[in-house]
Design a binder for this molecule. Structure first.
Ligand code: ADP
Length: 405
């Protein structure tokens, strides 16, 4: 079966078409600047005869963007003979609130729940829903599946997901910690048994998804028991442009001193803080690493703060699980920065963790980077959220087909 995986943002859309169950990617692409005259659509087909295309076009909304995607996977690339060859569509949906602990087939009730949760994710859920509705319009008979970023963390117990504020705020407004990057943490932790040859059900794993956004998750017996992001993706470790954890009283003090509105204050924490805020240079770890190597003191400070705040969360989750068996790194920085991994691991020797310095520097792909005698196995596992969405979609759609028979 052919499964189209969509990740719709407010002005962007990323897609991959999978042939399942082989898990082959047939085509991948993206559209940026939806809603403008100069939207950019690029795609790449895989295999020996693979090719690439980049074009600038006027795209007014997600519906138009999806028409282009369908044209790309059929006519433009020749990957499929027609849209009727698409078996199902899987969507990344950011916020599933408390309703979804698993991926689900899209129904009217599911759409209503995604709409209701838009209050918790105003930038993302409406765009995700637009993608779902646009597919309904153009491919009305094709089943759709929603895969939620929050779902994996629904296993957190209340003592971990509640904020120590009046309980009535949880009862009235569902103010609590939800966590994000769940599909990524679920994917990388599902790869651990293949790499370490031990059952996930008997392991304590700390998963560090360190990209532009970053979160650390404690996974005990295969279930998320705590994660660093909270009600929104602003809580937790320091990120590229986001602050992570702060003293809540900063809001009153800074907005008063700088005469900022609430929106301006939040925008500062989301877009002008983190690595960018401290270095004054960039939120991109490659640029920070380069500037640090050339002697930039502010970039060095930003790097040290970033590393320290991740390490503090690792320490907290060692305490949460009474130990750790596997420490894993994933996403743009986690997969590609040996320096950050080494700096973190250099301070975890008290756990009996021994980094294999050479393995850490070299090699690509899924790998163990600790020594055979290390008491904690350290892994690098490239994330693949799209594959996880394709797998969930396949599973739910197969169930649908057997039920219909
Ligand atoms: P997103 O959260 O947008 O999916 P990614 O997971 O792609 O982000 O991560 C992007 C981050 O990864 C950027 O800060 C980028 O600098 C960083 N990155 C990518 N390659 C490297 C590298 N070789 N060394 C250090 N950082 C890297």
């Amino acid at each position: 079966m052919n499964i189209l995986v969509l990740n719709c943002g407010s002005s962007s859309l990323k897609y991959q078409l999978f042939r399942m169950p082989e898990e082959n990617v047939l085509i991948r692409g993206g559209i940026e600047k939806i809603g403008s005259d100069d939207a950019v659509h690029s795609f790449k087909t895989e295999g020996p005869e693979g090719g690439e295309s980049v074009s600038t076009v006027q795209i007014l909304d997600h519906r138009e963007a999806l028409s282009l995607v369908l044209q790309a996977v059929t006519h433009d690339s020749g990957v499929l003979a027609g849209v009727e060859e698409i078996t199902a569509v899987g969507h990344r949906v950011v916020h599933g609130g408390e309703q979804f602990a698993l991926s689900t087939l899209v129904t009217e009730e599911v759409k209503a729940a995604i709409r209701a949760n838009a209050e918790l994710a105003p930038l993302h859920n409406p765009a995700n829903l637009q993608g779902i509705e646009a597919i309904e319009d153009v491919l009305p008979r094709v089943p759709q599946v929603a895969v939620f970023d929050t779902a994996f963390h629904q296993s957190m117990p209340p003592e971990h997901y509640l904020y120590p504020i009046p309980y009535v705020l949880y009862q009235r407004h569902k103010v609590r910690r939800y966590g994000f990057h769940g599909t990524s943490h679920r994917y990388v932790s599902s790869r651990v048994p293949f790499l370490v040859h031990r059952d996930l059900m008997n392991l304590r794993v700390i998963s560090c998804h360190i990209g532009n956004g970053a979160s650390v998750t404690a996974i005990q017996n295969g279930r998320s028991i705590d994660t660093s992001m909270g009600m929104t993706p602003l809580e937790g470790v320091m990120m590229g442009t986001r602050s992570g954890d702060l003293d809540p009283s900063l809001q009153e003090y800074i907005t008063r001193k700088e005469e900022l509105t609430q929106e301006e204050f939040l925008s500062m924490l989301n877009r002008h803080s983190g690595l960018f805020g401290i270095s004054g240079l960039s939120g991109d770890m490659r640029k920070i690493t380069e500037a640090r190597a050339k002697g930039s003191a502010r970039s060095a400070l930003a790097f040290d703060m970033y590393e320290y705040r991740i390490r503090k969360y690792i320490g907290a989750y060692v305490a949460a699980m009474n130990g750790v068996d596997v420490l894993l790194f994933t996403a743009g920085v986690g997969e590609n920065s040996p320096l950050l991994r080494r700096k973190i691991c250099d301070h975890l020797t008290y756990l009996g963790l021994e980094l294999d310095v050479q393995a850490n520097e070299s090699a690509k792909g899924e790998r163990i980077i600790s020594t055979p005698s290390s008491r904690v196995t350290v892994c690098v596992i490239p994330t693949n959220e799209e594959l996880m969405i394709a797998r969930d979609t396949q599973l739910l759609v197969s169930g649908l087909e057997s039920w219909r028979k």
